[in-house]
Design a protein around this ligand. Structure first.
Ligand code: TRH
Length: 403
């Protein structure tokens, strides 16, 4: 979208990211920051409190730099809540990711700006229906003349949509239609020709996933399976299978299953891994969305919440997804079981082996449906674009009120 250069178009943006745990918080913020810079020409500052986690997904990050340019984004180490700021320090758009507390001095300076910056709280992704009612709701500051707006990613046109770079489809298609490029990529990760020719599954999950049950099923299944596990994932189950420490490069075959440990990949390479595999186990939020763009069957391990609140969230997604890909129910069954959300009275197949056999048979149909789902999702526009459109509307309203 080309923004007009009137008073309602914004040139600078500050994105505040607190890493709660793992890699999803910075994974999402980094993607958004880069896209806003590269596709929309916005002057982006990414404030992040944990450079070490950031470095795992983006090796260019220097750990002891307070300010560093990476891919055109100014990356600032957010190491204090103290400090005073002047209005000149404040961006036109201020985004806090997941309601992280931005420095009080920064907020005071925001209130002194004229016009005031547009302030958004970028929320977590959920397929639940309530999201549509909360998306873009304003929340006035209790003390200062500022309003913060909730911005929700989501799966419908009444939400902010999903992160998706404009060149992603082309890159994925180019890669997936070039078997030599895919093989070269997998060889670079250490795979042997036999592994490249087998059914390849990437595995990214939380430690409580029933990985041993899955491994047992694959071991005794008919067709060879190669499971690719980035370092640090499902450590106990992988170590049990390997009989040694799961460090990158280690692999072992038992019966029909080979498990191979990969290094933790830079974010772009992780996308390629999802594109190159026949099946992806993903988790959290960002890898979950990337698996949807990969167009391959995937199983989601949802981030756990107290009182199993995440099971409701999981079912809300599965209901939409299953309908979107053409009502293939083995994906829901396997997903529920993978997440410990399976209720026996719901019927279905009893054993992991039976469930896997059905799922394996359904995989080509799921992959076809995944293409339909991807097209349906892209109709809503991507999150970065939707966010800028919303900002533009807020700034236009404010400018009109001034006239
Ligand atoms: O790592 P996650 O579990 O992250 C999050 C956080 O826990 C967060 O607090 C919570 O809000 C959220 O889940 C729901 O899973 P996620 O979201 O999939 O993020 C992983 C990121 O790491 C993603 O950007 C992909 C990237 N990644 C790589 O770059 N290389 C790899 O090898 C792997 C396995 C992942």
């Amino acid at each position: 979208m080309q923004m007009s250069s009137d008073k309602s178009s914004a040139a600078s943006l500050a994105l505040f990211c607190k890493v709660v745990d793992n890699f999803g918080d910075i994974g999402i913020c980094w993607r958004l920051a880069r896209q806003l810079r590269q596709e929309h020409g916005i002057d982006v500052t990414l404030w992040v409190d944990d450079l070490r986690s950031f470095q795992r997904i983006c090796p260019a990050v220097v750990l002891d730099a307070r300010l560093q340019p990476i891919d055109g984004v100014a990356v600032r180490h957010w190491d204090t809540q103290d400090g005073t700021y002047s209005t000149g320090d404040i961006a036109d758009i201020v985004i806090e990711f997941f309601a992280c507390d931005i420095p009080p001095g920064y907020i005071d300076a925001m209130a002194a700006c004229e016009p005031r910056p547009v302030w958004l709280n970028l929320e977590g992704l959920s397929a639940e229906e309530w999201v549509e009612g909360c998306h873009t709701l304003p929340s006035p500051h209790p003390r200062l003349p500022l309003t913060k707006y909730f911005f929700f990613p989501g799966f419908t046109s009444k939400t902010g949509g999903l992160l998706h770079e404009s060149s992603l489809e082309e890159q994925r298609e180019r890669f997936q239609s070039d078997p030599a490029a895919m093989s070269a990529f997998l060889e670079r990760l250490g795979l042997m020709p036999k592994e490249i020719g087998s059914l390849k599954a990437s595995l990214f999950c939380y430690p409580h996933a029933p990985v041993p049950a899955l491994f047992d099923t694959w071991r005794s299944g008919g067709a060879p399976v190669t499971c690719l596990v980035p370092e640090g994932v499902a450590i106990d189950a992988v170590e049990d299978f390997l009989g040694e420490q799961p460090v990158p490069g280690v692999s072992r075959t038992r019966d029909a299953l080979t498990v191979r440990v990969l290094p933790f990949l830079p974010q772009e390479d992780y996308d390629k891994l999802l594109w190159a595999c026949d099946l992806n186990f993903v988790r959290g939020e960002d890898s979950f969305v990337r698996a949807q763009w990969a167009g391959k069957p995937f199983i989601w391990h949802i981030y756990p919440q107290d009182k199993n609140l995440h099971h409701k969230k999981l079912r809300a997604f599965l209901q939409r997804y299953q309908a979107g890909i053409g009502s293939i129910d083995s994906i829901s069954e396997l997903s529920l079981r993978w997440n410990g959300a399976w209720i026996a009275d719901e019927g279905g197949r009893e054993s992991w082996a039976g469930l896997w056999r059905t799922f394996e048979k359904d995989m080509p149909g799921i992959a076809r449906g995944a293409g339909d789902w991807r097209r349906d999702m892209l109709v809503h526009g991507d999150l970065a674009m939707n966010l800028l459109k919303f900002v533009h509307s807020i700034r236009s309203d404010a400018a009109q009120k001034k006239v």
